[in-house]
Design a protein around this ligand. Structure first.
Ligand code: AGP
Length: 608
């Protein structure tokens, strides 16, 4: 949720911290701050707002080669100066940045108050720095102070701690992601790999319970889970992860929408076997027996990942003819799920750090279930927890609104459904037909981007709307959900996505003259049924924005009709979603929204 960055080395810390924050800002952007040890004490600068606002208040130079930094997504305490991290202990000896939630902070606050230490902010995080300083003042070492404090707190944390009088940084993880970047005589700390790649490819992912004491040349790790010291496990990052600069694109979302054809090529490369008409997902390490005997498949995810999972679920049932169910991760893990060890569980997540999905994976593993990750970020928590699965190879996705990760999640699940289907009822010819169309889809995406249709006429209707209804059937019902989610999170317009057949059982009451209704109606076996819902809306004066297949006469049914190239009926979501992404993008721009940093959101939701 929040972004943490730390540095210790020989270089001046300030520019490195600010650049680190800039690359982490998509994780939360309510307020931001830095603290640097200049040898005489610790200097802190923090402000409400974004990194650009912080740069406004920073002096050109601050002496010091050790520092910590933070960009916040508020959980406890308003978006105010005093609640901005880094937090300092009352005696100034300790400074800290935290990502996560301390559940028993009120109790600890009262304890501190009885010993005369008053917290100055409303945050849960501040109790950590006050408790550590209290231990330090009682004669403990920095490491002992951190260990004692973390034993007393309940909740989740990724923390980086700096000391006025000790030449070390201490970082610790429990639930929230934290990575150390090992450089030449310098160390970096970050919440995710993005800002590290321009400094080093050598990273250490902290596990829950890990505490690392850093100096510029050493890392000493202990694990409260293992109750002993642990050897740092170095991972070398993939080159692709350093290509996340904006370049000449106006926004990350714009850049990532148009990267989808190449991202899709990357995702399916080497994973389809046209000869056998099947998929080959080596990373799933799925034996034939397991595939054959799986009684059903359960898919988990949040937000856009949940919608991709829902499309995967329908394709698994269509191609493999076995039951499949999609769950919202937070609901799944809190409803004491019944786990069948023979079933297959797929945890779908772009970031691989979504706390609700992580907890669901832990629940499945605890109950002996076999769970596979469908993830974008290499080395992320869900990927490491599952230890088996599919990397969707979208490359870094910086825009909070997910686009290329969505289409690659759907593509990876389509390949999985084909592989599973071929072990059951899907013929080689049917499998080959799906693969041929899938390999054609990047080209069809590019074809759509060459002729995007009357988007701005549709934006005229959407930008003026009080609310918008999205309708579709089957796979397109999920695409309707994704279109609604994008318009809500980017343009802040209330949206409702409904399976078209369900519309007349309630939502139709929302319609009045001029209400915009977005209808997704590719030329599949459900088109006629979707058309009846379209007519029911028109009869109430609604304005229809219609997404349809190129050359289909249904186009005349729309007030604004946007054509996409026709595709295999199982693959239409990979094309029909494109105009919906662009409509959300352009409507948000028309309304002056910040498309890459939509309000109240963050790229990966690391708190439950
Ligand atoms: C999508 O645009 C949103 N950013 C959000 O719904 C997101 O899909 C959700 O938080 C899940 O994230 P994940 O894929 O990283 O797990």
């Amino acid at each position: 949720m929040c972004g943490i960055f730390g540095y210790m080395g020989r270089k001046n810390a300030l520019p490195l911290l600010v650049e680190g924050l800039r690359r982490l800002e998509y994780r939360g952007y309510d307020s931001t701050g830095v603290a640097i040890n200049n040898g005489e004490g610790i200097v802190t600068h923090k402000t409400v707002g974004k990194v650009t606002d912080l740069k406004e208040i920073l002096p050109d130079h601050i002496e010091g080669t050790t520092g910590i930094a933070h960009t916040r997504w508020a959980t406890h305490g308003g978006v105010t100066q005093v609640n901005t991290h880094p937090h300092a202990s009352s005696d100034g000896a300790v400074h800290l940045v935290h990502n996560g939630i301390i559940e028993n902070f009120r109790h600890l606050r009262r304890h501190l108050s009885t010993s005369g230490i008053e917290c100055v902010s409303e945050t849960d995080s501040e109790v950590l720095v006050q408790l550590i300083a209290q231990e330090l003042a009682s004669g403990s070492t920095p490491l002992q102070s951190v260990q004692t404090t973390l034993k007393r707190v309940r909740g989740t944390w990724g923390v980086c701690i700096m000391f006025r009088d000790h030449d070390e940084l201490i970082c610790a993880r429990n639930g929230s992601p934290l990575i150390i970047g090992q450089g030449q005589n310098e160390m970096f700390v970050s919440s995710d790999p993005h800002p590290l790649t321009s400094h080093t490819q050598r990273v250490i992912y902290l596990d829950d319970g890990d505490i690392a004491v850093l100096t510029p040349t050493s890392i000493n790790m202990t694990s409260s889970v293992k109750g002993r010291s642990v050897e740092p496990n170095v991972t070398v990052l993939e080159e692709a992860w350093s290509e996340s600069e904006l370049g000449d694109a106006p926004h990350y979302m714009h850049k990532e929408i148009y990267e989808q054809p190449d991202a899709l090529r990357q995702c399916i490369a080497g994973r389809v076997d046209r000869e056998m008409g099947t998929g080959r997902l080596g990373g799933m390490r799925l034996g034939h027996e397991t595939l054959m005997q799986a009684p059903h498949v359960r898919l988990l995810g949040c937000g856009t990942a949940n919608i991709a999972a829902e499309i995967g679920q329908m394709l698994i049932e269509k191609m493999a003819r076995i039951p499949a169910v999609t769950h919202i991760s937070s609901e799944f893990r809190n409803n004491d799920p019944v786990i069948n060890p023979k079933a297959l569980y797929l945890a779908v997540s772009q970031s691989g750090e979504t706390a609700d999905t992580i907890s669901a994976v832990k629940e499945i593993k605890l109950k002996g279930g076999q769970v596979f990750g469908v993830v974008n970020v290499v080395g992320s928590t869900i990927a490491r927890l599952c230890g088996q699965g599919v990397y969707i190879h979208s490359g870094p996705e910086q825009s909070v609104a997910s686009t290329k990760a969505f289409t690659n999640m759907v593509a990876a699940l389509t390949v999985f459904a084909t592989q599973l289907g071929r072990t059951r009822h899907l013929s080689k010819e049917q499998g080959r037909d799906i693969i041929d169309h899938l390999q054609q889809t990047p080209h069809l995406m590019e074809k759509y981007f060459e002729n995007e249709g009357p988007l701005h006429e549709a934006v005229d209707l959407l930008a003026a709307a009080k609310s918008v209804l999205f309708l579709g059937r089957g796979l397109s019902a999920s695409v309707a959900r994704e279109g609604a989610l994008k318009l809500m999170e980017l343009a802040y317009i209330p949206c409702l996505a409904y399976p078209a057949g369900e519309m007349k059982h309630g939502p139709i009451a929302l319609l009045e003259k001029g209400s915009p209704v977005v209808v997704i109606a590719p030329n599949d076996h459900l088109k006629e049924k979707t058309l009846s819902a379209l007519h029911e809306c028109k009869a109430r004066g609604a304005k229809i924005i219609l997404i349809h297949d190129e050359g289909d006469s249904i186009a005349e049914e729309g007030d604004v009709s946007i054509a996409v190239p026709a595709n295999h009926p199982y693959l239409t979501p990979l094309l029909t979603v494109l105009p919906l992404q662009l409509l959300a993008y352009h409507t948000a721009l028309r309304l002056g929204r910040d498309v890459d940093r939509p309000r109240n959101l963050a790229k990966s939701v690391t708190v439950e």
